[in-house]
Structures are given as C-alpha cells and as structure tokens.
Design a protein around this ligand. Structure first.
Ligand code: GDP
Length: 465
C-alpha cells in the first residue's frame, strides 16, 4: 500500500441519505480540493479546523453545494492533511465528486486505510485502531462502552508502561553481556522478579476478561428449554417485546437454525435456534426436546421453563441431566404463575443445592409469559447477571489477537522466572525477555524490539563516556 498517494472514500456508507460525507487524506488533499471547489477564501490560506461553504465544480457545471471541513497535518485523524466534504446524500452526487477527484490524481482508499495511516503516523496504536472497528460495529450499550474505553487507550496505556519497564531490564541484561569478561550485574534481579509478578497480575485478569468481552461483542448465547407446552415460545415472544432496541433474525451456525438477537438492558443476547419454538408441530415431538438439548450445549446460559401443574421434580432433573457439568448458567423459570396462587416453592432446596453443584450458577424466577408478568424483571435479571461476570472498572479485551498475545506473554514470563530460578546464563534470560516484550508489543503494534532496546541503552545513560 502506497501511503504517499492521496486517498478518497465515501465515509458515510454508499446509500442515499440527506447528507453524505466524503473523506480525503494525503499531501494533495488541499491542493486538489482547491482546484474543484469554488469558495471565498483559499483553503491553503485558511486555518485548520475551519468550515467552508462553496460549490464543487465540474468545469462550468455546478455538481453540488457543499460544506468542506479542513484539517491540516498533523492535527487530523490520519495525521495528514484531511478534507471532508459534506455533500447532498445522493449516490449519484457522491460518485460524481469522487470521480472528479480521481481524475485529478487521487485514488480510492483501501478498507481501513484512513485508520491504518493514523496508526502509521502514531495517531493511534494498534489496539486503539482495532477498537475503532469495534466501536463502529457496536450495537449495545455494553459493547459500546468496551470499545470506547479501548479506543481511548484503555489497555494500551497499562501494557505500554509495563513493557517499557521490561525493555529497561532487557537493556540492562544486554549490557551485562557486553561486559561478560567482568563480573558485573547491571540488572537488579529482585526488581525484575517484582516486575514479572506485576505483569502477571495485570495480564491474567485481561486474559480472563476475554470470555466476557467476546460474549458482549458477539452476543451471549442463550437457549430456551423445557417440556412441550411449558411456554417457551410465549416467553420468546414476551422477551422480544421487551427488546426496545434492535430485533433481527440472523442465520444460526447450522443450516436452517434461526437466532434471535435481542438487546436487554444494554446486553446483547443470541437466542440459539428458536426456529423450533415457532413451529407448533415441532414442540409436540419428543425430537423437539432432544434438539433443544443439543442447542443448550452450544449456549452459555440456559433458560429452563416449567409449569408446576404439568411436571415433577424428577422430570426436571431428568431433562437437565445432559447439561450437568458443562459450565452453563441455569435460569430455572417457573411459568404460568397466573394459573395458581404462587405460594410455596415448587423445587425443594435440596434439589437446588444439587443443581448448584452441576451448573456454574443457578437462578430462580417465577413468571407468566402469557400475561407478561415478571418478564421485564427476568430481562433485567438476565442482563444484570451477565454484567456480574466482570467488575465495572476492570479492563476488558475483545480481540482474539490480544488474547493470544497475552497468553504468549504469560508463557514467556514463566520461562523468564524459571530461567532465573535455575540461574540460566543472562543471554538466554535476555532472549526470553525479548520474547515477552515482542508479544506485548504486538498488541499495540510497537514490535521493533531491537531498536527499542538500543534506544533505552543510549537514552538512559551515555555508555561511551
Ligand atoms: P411451548 O410449547 O413451550 O413453546 O409453549 P407455548 O408458548 O406454545 O405455550 C403452550 C400453551 O401454554 C399455550 O396455550 C399458551 O397460551 C400457554 N401459556 C404460555 N404461557 C402461559 C402463561 O404464562 N400462563 C398461562 N395461563 N398459559 C400460558
């Protein structure tokens, strides 16, 4: 990819809207715009961060009346000169304008190229650039919050600081190697051990946060389970009504399954294979139950529905048995409480205690799906339950790339610790430290380890003196 060229792209999608935004970045951005844009004051003579009204001209023909925002380097998203044209939203107008600029020597931007340039110019690190992608894709309050946090430097700041300390140690150990004939020790071994345990304390929670982060990003997989006529499809419908945000059907992981995506209290849930619930014939077949069990195994959470007038404790245990010890969270939901005065608990405490041994968590709730009674509370409880998976102030990762890099860092840290304990020669320890630095650096995109180490040596003190 040639970053010398000036690029252009529609920034607001390719469909018609009242207004569209076309973004241009590169050294020719201002000059080319001046050639096509008729306005009172020359852009090159204007200050950065100013707005200009005028006309985009194709020779003598007015293509559109537009507003041009001007951002001069380095104070722009990409760090280059950036011009943003707000034109009328017709696809035809957008295309005409883009064609005009391309005829003047600009080229269409590749996907993500503006952000890539921002990264290359140090406006964002790699983790932040990835968060921009997450932010654009965010569709719930929780996923928005995580992406925003990361874009603002969330995990980068912490990791960069720790990495710097590690680089310092690597530099010191490398220095010892230069003086290998003499018995000198520049690197403070106790300090290094302390730093390693600090790193582990930072990295392990980040690794653990991935399960939550990923569930938030993709949607928490949930299965609705219960005997035929327990009210599963009624509950599904009641929950879909609860959803005040987006409701969409997306293709499930297997053929002819449907997943309903719902957002309850800011958390996205993927209701796994709810197609069967909509087909009345399916629910009267025993097959329906079997299939639901299969689906439940693919989920993280199981909503198990029962009607006390149509079931026994033994039946419930029997149905849940295939789900024992599968790291699932269970919501036991008694349905149809409108049919009888709900007084004593149906399931004995012994049974609940037993179930708690086989599920990650067991929650109980009584509802009437039909009357939409307590369905709202159920929706709230589901969302609250997911939120309880992690502490609010805790950093969350959502990228598999980060997960792998963090795991590799942890492996290298263990290697360093082992090497130090076994008094392995410094050059091998240095190698392990370099590896850890590299893995950490890959998250934010600063992986030029050798250069970093050299800079630290020369930067911290004058070795030639
Ligand atoms: P599914 O087979 O588990 O999907 O159950 P359905 O949702 O189709 O419900 C089975 C029957 O129970 C239907 O006649 C529903 O109208 C009825 N039903 C569902 N929920 C309730 C409820 O909360 N109260 C009452 N009284 N009837 C319900």
């Amino acid at each position: 990819m040639n970053f010398e060229e000036t690029i252009i792209a529609p920034a607001s999608g390719n469909s018609s809207a009242a207004i569209a935004l076309i973004r241009i970045s590169g050294s020719q951005a201002i000059e080319t715009t001046e050639a096509l844009f008729k306005t009172r004051k020359k852009l090159s003579a204007s200050a950065s961060h100013t707005l200009h009204f005028g006309k985009i001209m194709d020779g003598e023909e007015i293509v559109d009346e537009v507003l041009v925002s001007l951002f001069k380097n380095p104070h722009s998203y990409t760090g280059e000169d950036v011009v943003e044209i707000s034109c009328h939203g017709s696809v035809y107008i957008q295309q005409r304008i883009i064609d005009l600029f391309i005829s003047k020597g600009l080229r269409m931007a590749n996907p993500g190229e503006f952000t890539m340039r921002a990264f290359k110019n140090g406006k964002l690190d790699l983790a932040q650039a990835e968060a921009v992608g997450d932010l654009i894709a965010s569709d719930s309050k929780a996923s928005h919050k995580i992406a925003m946090n990361q874009m603002r430097g969330g995990i980068s700041n912490d990791l960069q600081a720790l990495r710097k300390e590690l680089i310092h140690f690597a530099a010191m150990i490398e220095l010892e190697l230069d003086f290998s004939g003499e018995d000198v020790e520049f690197a403070d071994r106790t300090g290094l051990m302390n730093l390693l345990s600090k790193l582990k304390q930072h990295i392990q929670p980040l690794i653990d946060s991935f399960a939550y982060g990923n569930a938030i990003k993709q949607g928490v997989p949930v299965a609705i389970l219960g005997k035929p006529n327990a009210g599963k499809s009624s509950l599904l419908n009641a929950l879909l009504k609860e959803d005040r945000a987006i409701v969409s059907d997306i293709a499930g992981t297997t053929r002819d399954t449907i997943e309903d995506v719902i957002i309850l209290n800011g958390i996205k849930f993927r209701l796994i294979d709810t197609a069967g619930l909509r087909e009345t014939t399916d629910t009267i077949e025993a097959m329906g139950v079997k299939r639901s069990i299969q689906n439940a195994l693919k989920s993280k959470m199981v909503l198990f529905l029962y009607d006390r007038q149509d079931t026994t404790e033994e039946e419930i245990i029997e149905m849940l048995k295939p789900l024992f010890d599968k790291e699932l969270d269970l919501f036991l939901i008694e349905n149809k409480i409108d049919k009888h005065p709900h007084k004593e608990e149906f399931l004995s405490r012994d049974v609940i205690a037993m179930l708690k041994q086989h599920f990650e968590a067991v929650n109980e709730q009584a509802i009437s799906a039909h009357q939409a009674e307590s369905v709202h509370e159920l929706a709230e409880n589901l969302a609250e339950f997911v939120k309880s998976w992690h502490q609010d102030d805790q950093m969350v990762i959502t990228q598999t790339r980060h997960l792998h890099a963090l795991k590799s860092t942890l492996d290298s840290i263990h290697d360093i610790e082992n090497a130090m304990e076994m008094n392995i020669p410094s050059d091998l320890v240095a190698q392990d430290i370099r590896l850890a630095i590299q893995h950490l650096g890959s998250i934010t995109g600063e992986i030029d380890v050798d250069k970093d180490i050299l800079e630290t040596i020369f930067g911290s003190f004058c070795i030639g003196k």
